[in-house]
Design a protein around this ligand. Structure first.
Ligand code: NDP
Length: 315
């Protein structure tokens, strides 16, 4: 541990749209925010290709480009943006403490948690290959479904997210094939029934994904295997969607912050406040329902305003 802790008014942990938006508002309110970018500067959007649904970009923008612009906007108002990873916090006392890479110690008057969530992937080498190329693998139907309009897509997963996303895709795509690894859905009955009753969704139960097939850097199909019969086949498609859950990046806050059983932080409804005074949450770390860049940015704004009001009352 370092000998002297650095004192800051507002510590922002994470650099997705929620963190940068919180930084823009906090900096303009003269809170001199210090933002630590974390392991994946720019967050989940840096793994997205084209963003067409963020208001203000009529021609669309790539995810990485948008994050560069958000960072530049936060810097314009003198946000202190640092590369580094918050490895530990202690919110048990009156001083909010955080450690960067277990060494540098920070004492903050306010903390904004904007650490996001990570989509889970199957982990197949071919899946990761096409994901990195941006050519046909996605974990967000609302973000990327539009690129597959009138085409055939495959989605893996059997929870509420998979059902919601399959239904969303069915309104855009010619055909959606849903791969369910067991012989039943995990999703609520109403969500599963909606998928079952949609004519252009085909559901394959007991089906495992073996490989994503492609040509010239673009996906052309998915090789699957029936776990009961052993039958293998290739399903032609141009898009492969993964909807097997998300993991909020909130592990280090667990001893202090109230969360649900998965790890999503519980905010006081209608605010960004957590159970700890002075600690606020923004973005996907508290949101398992919307998970959009625009909603993350909106809650980033809320967190900065809540932090500013908290400081005003305290001071
Ligand atoms: P869940 O954890 O509920 O479901 C994940 C699904 O992915 C399961 O069906 C699981 O299969 C499957 N899966 C996991 N790993 C693999 C794998 N390696 N190969 C194939 N399939 C796999 O996650 P969700 O994101 O769907 O939902 C998270 C929470 O959010 C839930 O509480 C849900 O109810 C809620 N939610 C609610 C919505 C709404 O009400 N509108 C919308 C979206 C989410 P298996 O069943 O075999 O374990």
């Amino acid at each position: 541990m370092s000998e002297v802790a650095e004192k800051v008014k507002c510590l922002i942990i994470g650099s997705g749209p929620s963190g940068y938006t919180a930084a823009i508002y906090a900096a303009r309110a003269n809170m001199k925010p210090v933002l630590y970018q974390g392991m994946q500067p720019g967050g989940q959007l840096t793994t997205t290709n084209e963003v067409e649904n963020f208001p203000g970009y009529p021609e669309g923008v790539t995810g990485p480009e948008m994050m560069i612009q958000l960072e530049a906007q936060a810097k314009r108002f003198n946000t202190d943006i640092r590369s580094g990873w918050v490895t530990k916090v202690d919110f048990s006392g009156t001083v909010l403490k955080a450690w960067i890479e277990d060494k540098k110690e920070i004492h903050a008057d306010t903390v904004i948690i904007s650490t996001g969530a990570s989509a889970k992937y199957l982990g197949l080498p071919s899946e990761q290959h096409y994901l990195k190329l941006g050519g046909g693998v996605s974990a967000c139907a609302v973000c990327d479904g539009f690129f597959y309009r009138n085409q055939e897509t495959v989605i893996v997963g059997a929870g509420d997210s998979a059902c919601e996303e399959a239904h969303y895709l069915s309104n855009i795509c010619k055909k959606v094939t849903m791969l369910v690894r067991r012989d039943e859905f995990r999703a609520s009955k109403i969500m599963a029934d909606r998928v079952k009753n949609t004519p252009n969704i085909e559901i394959l139960f007991n089906t495992e994904t073996e490989e994503i097939i492609g040509e010239n850097d673009l996906v052309t199909g998915v090789k699957v295997k029936n776990s009961v019969t052993g039958e293998q086949k290739i399903i032609p498609c141009t898009g492969f969607f993964v909807a097997i859950g998300h993991q909020p990046n909130t592990e280090i806050f667990k001893p202090f912050i109230d969360m649900d059983e998965v790890g999503y932080i519980k905010n006081i409804p209608g605010t960004s406040k957590t159970n700890i005074p002075g600690v606020f949450v923004a973005g996907d770390a508290a949101d398992k329902n919307y998970r959009q860049a625009i909603t993350a940015a909106g809650t980033g704004c809320m967190a900065a305003l809540d932090a500013e009001r908290y400081l005003a009352i305290k001071e």
